[in-house]
Design a protein around this ligand. Structure first.
Ligand code: CA
Length: 236
């Protein structure tokens, strides 16, 4: 069965082009031009992913994001935020609320379709070949499929959490400052809120459970991935 994408966008031309490209990629697409219509579509169709414009005629896209992420029935639907460059702060709030990824308008439709594909791949049935897995203690990562496992149980990470985890792992035993992580993982200007890094590390650690200790806090600087799974924990 085709996976379903809901486009919440009041610029009709943009929604039409995007819908055309997603359908060409084999997806089922619904559109909504207002927040109210978005809620109706989510209720009626339970989409597998939502592309959410932040500037809607009736409510802010952030309210839609907050409502969907606050309801157990819709919490797990991935959200990609689409917003103008000037809405950087709102984008960060969206990420804090649990949105998976974002694109900055004007965006490349091709790139957005790729991002949709990457996120949807996670929700498809597991066909992971053992050879693709990078292992570190109880943690295993399948880069190609953007999936992570702890003790062979998959953990549901957002795109950003996955990027944060793999970036830290790639640079294991090397301290990464919050500013470096903001630039490399979030692709954001490091002069803005570095607190967002801490929020996401906290959430990532919660999801990692038994593997949480691999991410070490380096007081006053940032974070470091352990040099080996057995590296002793020293209180920072
Ligand atoms: Ca708009």
């Amino acid at each position: 069965m085709a996976q379903r994408v809901l486009i919440v966008e009041d610029e009709r031309d943009l929604a039409t082009v995007l819908a055309y490209n997603l359908r060409a990629d084999g997806l089922e697409v619904a559109t909504a031009e207002t927040g109210a219509a978005a809620y109706r579509e989510v209720q009626a169709k339970q989409p597998d992913l939502v592309i959410l414009d932040l500037m809607l005629p009736d409510v802010s896209g952030l309210d839609v994001c907050r409502t969907l992420k606050g309801n157990p029935k819709t919490r797990d639907i991935p959200i990609i935020i689409a917003s103008a460059r000037s809405e950087e702060v709102d984008r960060i709030v969206g990420l804090e609320l649990g949105s998976d990824d974002y694109v900055v308008k004007p965006y490349s439709v091709r790139e957005l379709v790729l991002r949709v594909r990457i996120i949807l791949r996670r929700t498809e049935p597991a066909t992971t070949a053992a050879a693709d897995l990078v292992r570190f203690g109880v943690l295993a990562i399948d880069r190609a499929a953007h999936r992570a496992f702890v003790n062979d149980q998959e953990i549901a990470l957002t795109q950003l959490e996955f990027r944060l985890l793999t970036t830290l792992l790639e640079r294991k035993n090397r301290t990464q400052s919050r500013e470096t992580l903001l630039t490399d993982v979030w692709q954001l200007n490091a002069s803005i809120e570095t607190r967002t890094v801490d929020t996401h590390v906290k959430r990532l650690r919660e999801k990692l459970g038994p593997a949480a200790g691999y991410i070490r806090t380096v007081r006053g600087i940032g974070y470091r991935f352990a040099s080996s799974p057995d590296e002793p924990q020293v209180d920072a």
